[in-house]
Design a protein around this ligand. Structure first.
Ligand code: A2P
Length: 341
């Protein structure tokens, strides 16, 4: 692979697409040429990349000629259709959708956890679900030292996970609500302003779990390579623009103390401890927005487990960065080195 790869962004006008561009720029990711791809609706518009106006092209089966790396974030159906075409054209795809995550031939990678799996790719590498990434970055270094056998996660998810239009809908519905105007939602069919609701993905009537919850369970087991890990999860959307929060309680195989967890997390890559009991200051989406790290706080003994095997904590991470674009660009950064290794 060239040191100055031709990079295509599929979904360049979306919430994650914009962060792909900003993240590549911020991290000095070497790009020979950028191909900006979106739907016919956006073709002819431009995006700014490193001071140059790049014209957006309509995504077609011919878009990937000469492309080395393709970053996809335009939804699962677009990935399913076009990622194999991109691979056939010689590109390596880093896909932010859920289309290929559970495919046994596709590595599901969080670089802080399993960067080595990138080597196994057959053209597509999947970026995990944002709620999974947010939980697993801090849980992994603990799991490595004292296996986590059970975890319970409750999410407080931002609008950004549903895309740029959902973020706009949150802004618009909040304005309408404050001004006493009626508002008809178009993206998420529930009142978003000043409200909290169960995650908007499809719910399985048999199990009562929604797709987001199922993704967290399955993806955690795949990334940790631990099929036995017991996971309970409740995914909820809150009226926050772009960073997710999660309350996490986990039980380890051996006893574990708050101090041990703090010591492990203080050295963990991609984690920043924000845990000020004196000031009652803990991770918040406002602080996590625009940040690369997963913020971790409220680290405390889980009082419901008197055996001392369990810890509770509260985390927040930027869904568009570590939950999506940053993780994908980190994967892409490892590609040329892997190819040469
Ligand atoms: P467009 O703006 O042209 O519709 P988000 O995740 O923020 O909702 O963004 C979705 C992204 O996926 C946008 O960049 C959108 O482009 C792109 N997209 C949606 N449908 C298609 C399509 N049929 N072909 C290519 N890109 C698409």
């Amino acid at each position: 692979m060239s040191n100055d790869p031709v990079v295509a962004i599929v979904g360049v006008t979306g919430a994650v697409g914009a962060e792909f561009i900003a993240t590549m720029d911020k991290r000095n990711f070497r790009v020979g040429k950028l191909k900006a791809l979106a739907s016919a609706r956006s073709a002819g518009q431009t995006v700014n990349f490193r001071g140059e106006q790049v014209v957006i092209e309509e995504l077609t089966p011919h878009s990937f000629h000469g492309v080395d790396i393709a970053l996809f974030s335009a939804g699962g159906s677009i990935s399913k259709k076009y990622a194999p075409i991109a691979v056939k054209s010689g590109a390596v795809v880093v896909d932010n959708s859920s289309a290929f995550r559970m495919d046994p031939d596709v590595p599901l990678v969080i670089p802080e956890i399993n960067a080595g799996r990138i080597r196994d790719h057959k053209g597509i590498i999947a970026n995990p679900n944002c709620s999974a990434i947010t939980a697993l970055v801090p849980l992994w270094p603990i799991h490595r030292q004292n296996r986590i056998k059970r975890m319970i996660i409750s999410t407080y998810q931002a609008a950004s996970g549903a895309g740029a239009a959902a973020m706009e809908e949150l802004r618009e519905s909040t304005r309408a609500n404050l001004e006493g105007r009626p508002f008809t939602p178009k993206v998420i069919p529930l009142p978003y302003a000043f409200n909290v609701f169960s995650h908007n993905t499809a719910i399985d009537p048999a199990t009562g779990y929604n797709d987001e919850e199922t993704k967290v369970i399955k993806e955690t087991r795949k990334i940790f390579e631990d099929e036995k890990i017991a996971i309970g999860v409740t995914c909820v959307r809150v009226p926050v623009l772009r960073a997710h929060c999660e309350a996490i309680t986990f039980e380890c195989e051996r006893p574990i103390s708050e101090d041990e967890v703090r010591a492990i997390l203080s050295k963990a890559p991609g984690v920043r401890i924000v845990d000020d009991r004196a000031k009652n200051y803990f991770p918040m989406p406002i602080d996590a927005s625009g940040q690369d790290d997963v913020l971790v706080g409220r680290i405390r003994k889980d009082l419901s487990d008197p055996t001392g095997h369990s810890i509770a904590m509260f985390v927040s991470a930027d869904q568009l960065l570590k939950g999506a674009a940053l993780n994908a660009v980190q994967i892409a950064e490892l590609l040329p080195q892997r190819a040469m290794a």
